[in-house]
Design a protein around this ligand. Structure first.
Ligand SMILES: [Zn+2]
Length: 222
């Protein structure tokens, strides 16, 4: 009940800083990126600086099955994925990583191919979490299509339940499209560390909403 109330209050409170439909935007400095670290909010309004790529990216190894060779992620993300994939495998769920880090150039290509504009499914260049090295698109070997029905598969449900234990949040939940600006993406997970992942998931809020709970400490200010 408290959460329902909180959500309602927050929805009103954050309308001014909602990620969706807002025209002004902020570009992070490298200092800010360092400061926020794993908590960095990246969306259509909170953008990475031009040409940004995180330091220390690593290539996935055999422990994490990937659709594409040489998929890169930050080391802590890869480590968490290895544990999560192994745990899923133990329950006969074969996960497969479809995307990790994406460069600004690649993101621009995807965005332009999708027609640009305020796309609900493809982020603008400098506005994709994939450009931070913290995001992972995860599907199952027997269900490799990125659409909303993945959320109802055994793998999709397993991920929703277990991802926080490995430090991941479902970044674009089904009922938060008006806040995140993106369609429901049951395959897109964002590494944020175990403690925060639990906390965010428990509130039932999306990350934009959650950050509003701690405006002083956690919301990057414009
Ligand atoms: Zn994604």
């Amino acid at each position: 009940m408290l959460y329902i109330w909180l959500s309602t209050v927050l929805m009103n409170m954050i309308s001014a800083v909602s990620a969706y439909g807002q025209t002004d935007s902020k570009t992070y400095t490298l200092t800010e990126i360092q400061k926020y670290g794993v908590r960095l909010l990246v969306n259509k309004n909170y953008l990475l600086p031009q040409g940004y790529a995180p330091d220390g990216l690593v290539v996935t190894n055999g422990k994490v099955r990937t659709e594409f060779a040489n998929t890169q992620l930050l080391p802590e993300v890869l480590k968490a994925l290895e544990s999560m994939f192994a745990a899923a495998k133990a329950e006969e769920i074969d996960l497969i990583l479809f995307a990790g880090f994406r460069s600004e150039q690649t993101q621009r290509l995807f965005y332009e191919r999708a027609g640009g504009g305020n796309s609900m499914s493809v982020a603008p260049p400098r506005g994709s979490e994939h450009e931070t090295g913290y995001a992972a698109d995860i599907l199952a070997v027997d269900s490799m299509i990125r659409n909303s029905s993945f959320g109802e598969t055994k793998a999709g449900m397993w991920l929703q339940k277990n991802a926080p234990q490995y430090g991941f949040i479902l970044r674009y939940p089904e009922n938060k499209t008006n806040v995140t600006g993106y369609i429901y993406e049951p395959w897109h997970f964002r590494y944020i560390g175990r403690e925060l992942a639990y906390e965010i998931t428990e509130t039932g809020l999306c990350y934009e909403e959650f950050l509003q709970l701690y405006p002083d400490q956690k919301v990057p200010t414009k």
